[in-house]
Write a protein that binds this ligand. Structure first.
Ligand SMILES: [Zn+2]
Length: 322
């Protein structure tokens, strides 16, 4: 890393912090950005929060980390966007960028000639991914997702990138991790370009609880200890994530009223009732049963369940521990 960090026309000297609004080219949108160029040399960590604007604990934690961390305590550079999807945040919309209706996490690497979501993805993938040594994408359960904390690491890149990503996922104080076989998603794309990356899920359901924010900040600090960006060693955790596999994202077959019988974090057994869909008179239309024994990662807490929305996400826990 050179003494001075330069990106998108911004220049940050060694030992300095910059807090600014980063324009998305050819749009009126500006992304709140904090860049901390640490006093000492080290890796560059890129953090995005709020690619989904309704996922509040990650956004709040990112804001606070950007405010509180000083260049004096950092080896290397820390780049934080908080939130990326500013339009979605102010519109209180889940998943999408309001201007174009696109899920920003599904359009990477983006397109400079596309709509706002495409341009935003391109800004990040073309300017920030090449600078970074590790990438953390901070999510939460969205507004209609009640979630048990877990972390995704990419399973599709080279074994070395997967290993580096997984080794960082393992320092998080959470019970579960998921090896993603997806190729879409900001962190999957980053990994395909040789950038080790993870996506953290903590908190959700439209809430912004202080306990989730604090836990999220500790997640990031432990990642920085793991990457040797802080002088202190990785702190002990209450939990060590175990792999959850065979994820089933159960979707509503038809629009109806969702009555969930289970909660996020629950263990479910094959054949157990997960919930049921009723009509507007309360008459049951469909009962959903667990197809496998495992753990519930998130559940829709809302009564309204439009066709195609996810009702429950659950998977099996891998028992073999290395
Ligand atoms: Zn998300």
């Amino acid at each position: 890393m050179s003494e001075t960090l330069s990106v998108c026309g911004l220049t940050i000297e060694r030992g300095k912090k910059l807090r600014t609004l980063l324009p998305v080219p050819d749009t009126a949108v500006q992304i709140p950005l904090t860049i901390i160029n640490g006093a000492e040399d080290g890796p560059t960590l890129l953090i995005t929060a709020g690619i989904h604007g309704g996922e509040y604990p990650g956004i709040a934690a990112a804001m606070e980390l950007g405010k509180d961390i000083t260049p004096e305590e950092v080896k290397g550079s820390l780049i934080i966007m908080h939130p990326v999807n500013v339009q979605g945040f102010w519109a209180r919309r889940e998943f999408i960028v309001p201007e174009d209706g696109k899920n920003l996490n599904r359009v990477f690497p983006g397109d400079p000639l596309g709509t706002l979501a495409d341009k935003t993805a391109y800004l990040i993938s073309s300017n920030f991914f090449p600078l970074a040594d590790f990438f953390v994408d901070m999510h939460s359960g969205d507004i209609h997702e009640s979630l048990h904390p877990y972390v995704y690491y990419p399973g599709q890149p080279t074994p070395e990138i997967e290993k580096q990503s997984r080794s960082v996922a393992k320092v998080l104080d959470m019970e579960y991790m998921v090896r993603s076989l997806a190729t879409g998603g900001a962190y999957n794309y980053a990994a395909s370009q040789g950038l080790p990356s993870i996506l953290i899920e903590r908190g959700g359901a439209g809430l912004c609880l202080q306990e989730d924010i604090e836990a999220y900040k500790e997640d990031i600090c432990n990642i920085m200890r793991k990457l040797k960006m802080f002088a202190t060693p990785v702190r002990p955790r209450h939990h060590h994530p175990r792999d959850v596999e065979n994820l089933i994202y159960l979707e509503a077959e038809a629009t109806g009223c969702w009555r969930h019988h289970i909660h996020s974090g629950d263990f479910v057994y094959e054949g157990q009732v997960l919930g049921r869909i009723t009509d507007l008179f309360g008459e049951t239309i469909t009962t959903y049963y667990a197809e496998q024994t495992g753990v519930v990662l998130y559940v829709c807490p809302a009564l309204s369940a439009p066709k195609g929305t996810v009702l429950v996400a659950y998977g099996t826990i891998r028992e073999d521990e290395e």
